[in-house]
Design a protein around this ligand. Structure first.
Ligand code: ATP
Length: 766
């Protein structure tokens, strides 16, 4: 072992030297190549004699042009390759590799050592692989097998069988091999201990050196349209999501680019938290969005949409409001599979009856009344697509409006409007008419304007809002249609909630005020787009949804329609549903039906890596009916639960504890409050005594130091040490908040302290 270590240390040093030399050489080469490319571009035409006097001259010109273009293309391609190699070398310059397998391919008698790192490196001839990218097919053996028979898949679909003779793990710091381990069965117990025991960086980091077998299955999974990854808090779901994106970008590098992958994240701060991983692995970041942004764009100016965070504040802080039970029952219903089925049935029913239309009005007069529109709609074959039927009605209305406009020009109000135009208005009308005739500038004054033109223009302008409304299908009473869903008092197939009537009344009242609850946004838009056709985006090839337990079946159905060409990876943990009101289910059952069993695979990650074993054991007890949660064996302090009777002593204790943690060297400390309301209280008290950062829904950056953060913004991220500000039974007493308490406690990596003002939550007793 000792001599092995010396040999490997020697190899690392040689490799480091080689990498440094190559970097220096390539930096020179790429500068020269870039200058060459610029030079060729600049003097392109100087090098070509252009003449078309005779056929021979013409041919010579063509050949000259082709040669110059070829020279340019060759230089550009050499420059690009040199640039790529330089990038790879730079990624390897501190840690050239982290693992090695000794693999003997079946049918050969030679064992080849395969070194694995974050990029591929060949010798200068390009023939021998010095280091393999962790995503290369052969590297999968490193993650998937213990010594013994092993195999890996190659891109054409075949398998390479062989024997994995040995597996090593290396710890290399600043170009020196510090230690190496026989990685045997699982990769990384020792290395993992070290990695997980350290402090957290400002942002999430790649885990390629220590990916575990189950995680690797999820990262490299490549079958069907949908992959569901469920896993305990801290089991590496987000890490899997990020390494999986890197893997897909590598495997499909000829067909998929980073801007064709879209990650849905829970909030903007989360986006910044994960933004380092892909660049660290040499890839550009994928696109990121929140579901809320997609909804907001579609709801547009029609309603003022509540944000999901405002919705959560309501859930967490308005328990005493008399409307609370109805609103919560509504939230629960509107996010359920039952509601999804119910609206699907309603859409089918509207095909034969019950569509709500609006009168087309102009200057107080009804031009086409809603019954006429309904008659036209239902006069068409019910087998026709809904969108086509509505389009036919639109075209019919548009042609009717044209007729109305013509008649309207003769009306006295138009003549009056023409007569009352002052000079400025007349000139402005002249310019507009000139524009309609395609004239501009000086030509404007040449345009002859007669009364007929002016009448046409005046009617056109007055009717414009009506024309626009018809064009955007506002002749359908979308709000009425949505509200009408709540008028149905019984439905054969779906059980309606007992608060049904009150839910309907509350929904209507809110929409009438020009507001829309967040829970209504998706069903409302879904109803509309299911009838009009979904405005889809076909350029996205892969959609990744993190924190997927917080998405309703509607939202998934919507995503599927929105990105019809995309495969999906969905990662979540039902123990962490902050929307526990809305999600009773513990599985993504609708998702399976959406894509079909054939196209769906599920992987469960049971082992939890973030927190120490005592913290995992503690948090596990908060969710007794959960799927298995297995702690990674990492020692640490037992979590502390402490009750206080006064805020003053509680705050003094928080300040003392935080200061102590800072002295211990912790750089990421969170005081997690239940809501933003509570966060404000805490901050106003701590403000003078302790430096801290307040995290709000507007925070875009993941912050180091001491943060005060509401529960729902702490989703998905982690801190070295966590104080749960007030886990009293008053604050976390309701069953619906069990999962919230679990979520906040599981943010802690090394230390967890749960304070309570008054008697602690009974979940903590359990
Ligand atoms: N194989 C691994 N090697 C090293 N670190 C790992 C590994 N898997 C997970 N981790 C670490 O564990 C922590 C939790 O990972 P991650 O945030 O991906 O989990 P999660 O399942 O998304 O958590 P949650 O659902 O609680 O938000 C991170 O610090 C991550 O780097």
């Amino acid at each position: 072992m000792e001599s092995n270590l010396l040999l490997e240390q020697q190899r690392v040093r040689e490799m480091m030297k080689f990498i440094q030399l190559e970097i220096a050489k390539l930096e020179g080469d790429t500068t020269k190549l870039k200058e060459d490319v610029i030079h060729i571009r600049k003097h392109f035409w100087d090098e070509v004699r252009v003449s078309t006097d005779s056929f021979d001259d013409y041919m010579e010109t063509i050949i000259g042009l082709r040669q110059e273009a070829q020279a340019l293309a060759i230089r550009q391609s050499t420059h690009r390759h040199a640039g790529e190699r330089l990038d790879a070398l730079k990624r390897l310059q501190h840690i050239p590799y982290f693992g090695r397998i000794d693999f003997k391919e079946e049918g050969t008698d030679q064992t080849e050592p395969i070194y694995i790192g974050v990029a591929t490196l060949t010798d200068p001839s390009g023939e021998d692989f010095l280091i393999y990218d962790w995503r290369a097919p052969i590297a999968s053996v490193y993650y998937d097998y213990e010594p013994g028979p092993a195999m890996y898949r190659i891109p054409d679909g075949g398998n390479i069988q062989g024997e994995l003779e040995k597996k090593w793990q290396y710890i290399i710091r600043d170009g020196e091999l510090v230690s190496m381990f026989d990685a045997g069965v699982t990769i990384g117990d020792e290395v993992l201990q070290q990695v997980l025991g350290q402090g957290t960086d400002k942002q999430m980091q790649s885990i390629v050196a220590t990916i575990q077998q189950e995680q690797n299955r999820a990262i490299r999974h490549d079958k069907g349209k949908l992959l569901i990854v469920m896993g305990a808090a801290g089991s590496g779901k987000t890490s899997v999501a990020m390494q999986r994106i890197a893997y897909l970008l590598y495997k499909y590098r000829d067909t998929v680019t980073s801007d064709q992958i879209l990650l849905f994240s829970p909030n903007p701060m989360f986006s910044s938290y994960v933004s380092n991983v892909l660049p660290e692995l040499g890839e550009e970041n994928m696109q990121q969005a929140t579901f809320q942004e997609y909804m907001r764009d579609r709801i547009d100016e029609q309603f003022k949409m509540e944000t999901p965070f405002a919705q959560l504040e309501y859930v967490l802080t308005k328990r005493d409001s008399p409307n609370y039970p109805v609103r919560i029952a509504g939230m629960k219903w509107k996010a359920s599979v039952a509601c999804f089925d119910y609206i699907q049935e309603a859409i089918t029913r509207f095909g034969t009856e019950g569509m709500a239309f609006r009168d087309i009005r102009f200057r107080g007069r009804i031009l086409v009344n809603k019954d006429q529109i309904a008659k036209r709609f239902y006069s068409q074959e019910s087998t026709m697509r809904f969108a086509n039927r509505l389009e036919e009605v639109r075209l019919w209305l548009e042609s009717k409006l044209k007729g109305f406009a013509q008649n309207e020009r003769q009306k006295p109000w138009v003549q009056e409007a023409v007569d009352s135009l002052d000079n400025a208005q007349f000139y402005e009308a002249q310019v507009a008419l000139a524009k309609q005739k395609g004239l501009r500038g000086d030509d404007v004054s040449d345009v002859e304007v007669d009364e007929k033109d002016l009448a046409r223009l005046i009617v056109q302008r007055r009717m414009n809002p009506v024309v626009k409304a018809v064009h955007s299908y506002d002749f359908v009473d979308w709000t009425g249609l949505y509200c009408q869903l709540f008028d149905v008092q019984s439905n054969g197939n779906v059980t309606l909630p007992k608060e049904w009537k009150a839910i309907g009344a509350m929904t209507k009242k809110t929409l009438d005020r020009g507001h829309i609850f967040y829970e209504d946004a998706t069903p409302f838009i879904y109803l509309k787009e299911a009838m009009l056709g979904f405005a889809s985006n076909r350029s996205i090839k892969h959609v990744v949804v993190d924190e997927a337990q917080d998405y309703s079946p509607f939202q998934f159905a919507f995503l599927k329609q929105l990105f019809p060409s995309a495969r999906m990876t969905v990662l979540g943990d039902f123990n962490q549903s902050i929307f526990s009101h809305s999600q009773d289910s513990n599985e993504f059952s609708l998702l399976t039906t959406l894509f079909g069993e054939e196209e769906t695979s599920s992987i469960h990650l049971a082992k939890s890596y973030r927190s120490t074993k005592p913290i995992v054991e503690f948090t596990k007890r908060l969710v007794p009916n959960s799927y298995p949660i297995v702690p990674f064996e990492r020692d640490g302090k037992e979590p502390v639960v402490e009750e206080f009777t006064s805020k003053t002593t509680l705050h003094a204790k928080i300040v003392a504890k935080v200061n102590q943690w800072k002295e211990q060297g912790f750089t990421s400390i969170a005081i997690i409050c239940q809501s933003a309301k509570e966060r404000k209280d805490v901050s106003s008290v701590l403000g003078e005594t302790m430096d801290h950062v307040l995290i709000t829904t507007k925070s875009n950056e993941y912050e180091e130091g001491v943060v005060v953060i509401p529960s729902y913004l702490a989703k998905g991220i982690e801190f070295e040490a966590v104080i749960v500000y007030n886990a009293s039974d008053k604050v976390y007493g309701d069953e619906s908040l069990r999962r919230t308490l679990y979520t906040v406690c599981t943010r802690a990596m090394h230390e967890l302290i749960v304070f309570s003002l008054g008697p602690k939550s009974h979940f903590l007793e359990e």
